[in-house]
Unconditional design. Structure first.
Length: 503
């Protein structure tokens, strides 16, 4: 980027967390507003396939790394802080604290004009030390950025409603799957939800706040309601019957997070902080943000409108980012070792190859459409059991589904896999995010066959961790002929039929 523009032109914005739910939606909004955007990402390749990738600058780095921040913040006007270390381990508060301090220090040294941070709305009558670790850490990050010496805008939101958000998915699945439900007592807590479109509008508008503004703002929609009200309203907007909801006081946040994890695609590691936050009444105590980012007619969106917009996006398969867009906490992200003499240890493989009568294009359509509602072209019970076992040990399970029914991009979550690499028409490489004593990948290739048709190649790779990892591979290897062999045959048959879909 060149020297900074004055306020009459587009600002130079740094977006951290661009691979996440909010960050991935903020970038195109900033571009639409005429700003220039630089993204800081630990894995830049995960931004490669976004529609706006060619319009932004991407810098490899991390908010905990001062050197990478120095490079990322050079000539930046506004720095968006949209990251957190939620559920990364027992020390996540310490990590968040260190990252916020480093970010503020480097922003000041670089001459950044403003920091914008999206935090959590906290109850006014509860001391911060008594809040859940999640809310306490979000509040502390806000305080640290406000004290950094760089004018800072802290936006504090409660439940964000938008297609693909964790809060929306939790609400959606609980309401759709349970016409009668026994629920935690937090369904009676008052909440002030906000549409994701309003969150993005406030984030973009905050870039041009006057230099003298250094404070937190509560942001919310016009409706204050209980979670029970939210479920009943969802049922009405979605055309479902009235739900019978029976609160049970003895369900702790830990137990209720596991309950949410069993019923919805949101794993317990993410459901727990959401459930803990819902224990408190989170209602806006001011709407001062409107002084700097005017609302306009019909804004902010009502809860019913936010629901309708989110459901429309889901039904039209136009969900641009999902809660699972960000890396799953605690899951290794090591790339697949490509050196055949890799010194990191053993690599177990299972390779299946078949000639297919269909064209490479037809075969690729089946490969790219795998997972989600289409299934895995293999023994359904085996995949279902593996998904349930993963959920029981705190993993993501098999129900995250897909962002898009037909197309994939690097970084997409795909049930309990994540897309690590995609070469359209040729290669799909998935990295496992289920709980395993090792690292695992699944590769699928579509290749043109001399003389017509195509060749399908499938490779499962496992890097074991210690003796347990080796024992795991050998204990499941007898089932590979059924699981992986059946998958290869069924994918080939589906390509021959010209149909993407099946178990």
């Amino acid at each position: 980027m060149e020297s900074k523009d004055d306020d009459a032109g587009g600002l130079r914005c740094l977006v951290t967390g661009a691979t996440g739910y909010i960050g991935g939606r903020l970038v195109p909004e900033l571009l639409e507003a005429g700003h220039r955007v630089r993204c800081l990402a630990r894995s830049p390749e995960r931004l490669r396939d976004h529609p706006w990738a060619g319009e932004v600058e991407v810098v490899k780095g991390d908010v905990t790394d001062a050197d990478s921040l120095d490079a990322a913040m050079r000539d930046i006007d506004v720095a968006y802080y949209l990251v957190h270390a939620l559920a990364s381990g027992p020390g996540f508060e310490r990590t968040d604290r260190a990252a916020a301090r480093t970010f503020g220090e480097r922003a000041k040294a670089a001459g950044v004009r403003r920091i914008v941070y999206l935090g959590g709305l906290t109850p006014a009558d509860v001391p911060e030390r008594e809040l859940s670790p999640h809310l306490r850490s979000r509040a502390e990050v806000g305080h640290l950025l406000l004290g950094s010496g760089v004018p800072t805008t802290v936006l504090r939101a409660a439940v964000i409603i938008g297609s693909g958000s964790a809060s929306f998915e939790m609400l959606r699945y609980l309401t759709e799957r349970l016409p009668v439900m026994v629920t935690p007592s937090w369904v009676s807590t008052r909440i002030q939800p906000i549409a994701v479109r309003d969150v993005l509008r406030y984030l973009v508008g905050s870039a041009r706040m006057p230099a003298g503004v250094n404070r937190a703002f509560d942001i919310g929609g016009p409706d204050v309601m209980t979670y029970r009200d939210m479920m009943q309203k969802y049922a009405r907007v979605a055309g479902l019957r009235h739900r019978l909801i029976l609160p049970v006081p003895m369900l702790s946040p830990g137990l209720s997070s596991h309950w949410v994890g069993l019923v919805t695609p949101v794993p317990a590691s993410i459901a727990r902080p959401l459930a803990e936050s819902l224990r408190y009444e989170v209602v806006c105590h001011e709407h001062d943000i409107a002084e700097y980012v005017p609302d306009g007619p019909g804004l902010p969106f009502s809860f019913d409108t936010a629901l309708s917009l989110a459901l429309q996006r889901v039904r039209e398969a136009r969900v641009t980012t999902r809660w699972s867009s960000a890396s799953t906490p605690g899951i290794p992200s090591d790339p697949l070792p490509t050196d055949p003499d890799w010194a990191g240890g053993s690599l177990y493989t299972d390779v299946r190859e078949l000639d297919v009568g269909a064209s490479p294009e037809a075969l690729w359509k089946v490969i790219e459409g795998i997972g989600g509602d289409h299934g895995w072209y293999s023994f359904p019970l085996a995949w279902a059991v593996r998904g349930w076992l993963d959920r029981l040990v705190g993993g993501v399970g098999l129900r995250r589904g897909r962002r898009d029914a037909e197309h994939l991009r690097v970084g997409d979550s795909l049930d309990f896999w994540r897309v690590e690499e995609i070469e359209p028409g040729r290669l799909l490489r998935l990295r496992a995010e289920m709980r395993l004593p090792g690292l695992a990948w699944l590769e699928m290739y579509a290749e043109e066959r001399e003389g017509g048709g195509s060749h399908y190649r499938q490779r499962a790779v496992f890097h074991p961790f210690g003796l347990l990892g080796h024992a795991y591979w050998w204990s499941v290897s007898p089932f590979h002929a059924v699981v992986f062999g059946g998958m290869a045959r069924n994918i080939a048959q589906a390509a021959g039929r010209g149909k993407a879909g099946g178990q």
